[in-house]
Design a protein around this ligand. Structure first.
Ligand code: KG4
Ligand code: ZN
Length: 351
């Protein structure tokens, strides 16, 4: 089975064709970073307008790269939650129009399920090793940060074990980069600067680390850096690299500690990292070290699968279609995920 996926939940317009084994036949991503960079974050109205410009060209390109036409695909998958409402609407209405015109089945996909299954995508490798169900996965991106137990490929197989009480990890990278005058998005530049810095120079706090729950919090780390800059001025040279390294180490320590704890509590042997922050060199290295020490297998998809893309959406859709699930043309978007939250924003653990 071959599925065309469409993704437009945030600031990437993407289309991809993937088969039900996870083979990526095409994967086209049109980033809006240049549009939002001037504002230091994603502007919802500008995002929706640009998805409208991009959705048809990326879909045509995905077909061209795969050497296929819409006739050759067996179904359509589109991100319907969570995300920016206006942005989601563009992809969903476009995909429904394609379904109506072609008569192909359509399924809506939760973007987080896409991130959780991105580890199953293959991009030309001969015999990829894949995690077995159930596994524990950390999804850390600009909009979400939570730890899940994944017992199968469908949304109902996904259980959130804990998440952030406030900012997402990627959001912390982006806000710290803004405070340091490093531009948007912040993750890649902080990652690069941190690799030349001394992570022990500044005592950045590690919120929630000692707390036995699987909850996370990143707004305090961001505030600590902002206060430091207010007090001492924006650092340059080695001091900047050391501050980036110290901040990154604090975030990574908490993410890895909680993920390891989740794997132990869930009794699983396989651990997966996903979302844009999983591209972070410090996170990958520390997770590898800790999983190795505890006899866990670690799976980290390549960056193209970790950051927002439509291949993961197509694959999650293929799993729904294979299970006999279908949506109608009344399929609608929702800003929030339906996966029950273990941690409620601003309030902590759901009781
Ligand atoms: O998954 P993604 O592409 O989009 C969302 O769904 O948000 O993640 C983007 C986020 C941004 O906050 C960006 O700063 C962060 O991922 N990011 C990184 C790195 N590359 C991207 N964070 C830390 N280190 C990186 N190398
Ligand atoms: Zn995402």
């Amino acid at each position: 089975m071959r599925v065309l996926g469409i993704e437009s939940s945030c600031d990437e317009t993407a289309a991809a064709i993937v088969d039900s084994d996870g083979r990526v036949l095409s994967d086209v991503v049109r980033s809006q970073i240049a549009i939002h960079a001037a504002w230091g974050g994603v502007v919802p109205e500008l995002a929706a307008r640009d998805h409208l410009r991009g959705v048809l060209p990326v879909t045509s390109e995905a077909c061209r790269v795969a050497g296929l036409t819409l006739d050759d695909v067996d179904g359509l998958a589109v991100t319907v939650r969570p995300g920016l409402a206006g942005a989601l609407l563009v992809g969903a209405e476009f995909a429904k129009t394609l379904a109506l015109a072609t008569g192909k089945p359509i399924v809506g996909v939760d973007h987080l399920v896409g991130h959780l299954l991105a580890v199953f995508l293959t991009r030309g490798e001969a015999a990829p090793t894949r995690p077995g169900f159930p596994f524990v996965a950390l999804v850390a991106s600009g909009g979400h940060t939570a730890i899940y137990k994944v017992s199968g490929p469908l949304e109902r197989d996904v259980e959130e074990l804990g998440g952030t009480r406030d900012d997402a990890a990627g959001e912390a990278f982006d806000k710290v980069a803004k405070a340091l005058g490093l531009g948007y998005p912040g993750g890649p530049v902080i990652d690069r600067l941190a690799s030349a810095g001394d992570a022990t120079r500044f005592a950045v706090p590690r919120p929630m680390r000692a707390d036995p729950s699987l909850e996370l919090s990143f707004s305090g780390v961001k505030t600590w850096v902002a206060r430091h800059v207010e007090r001492e001025g924006a650092p340059v040279g080695q001091a900047l690299a050391d501050l980036c390294a110290s901040f990154q180490r604090a975030v990574v320590d908490v993410l890895v500690d909680k993920t390891m704890r989740a794997a132990r509590l869930a009794g699983v042997g396989d651990v997966v990292l996903s979302g844009g922050v999983a591209a972070n060199g410090g996170l990958r290295a520390r997770a590898k070290e800790r999983c190795g020490a505890h006899g866990l297998r670690l799976f980290v998809p390549p960056p193209a699968s970790c950051t927002d893309n439509a291949a993961m959406i197509a694959f999650a859709g293929a799993a729904r279609l294979a299970a006999g699930e279908r949506d109608g043309l009344d399929l609608s978007i929702e800003p929030r995920s339906r996966i029950p939250r273990a941690t409620v924003k601003g309030r902590g653990r759901r009781r």
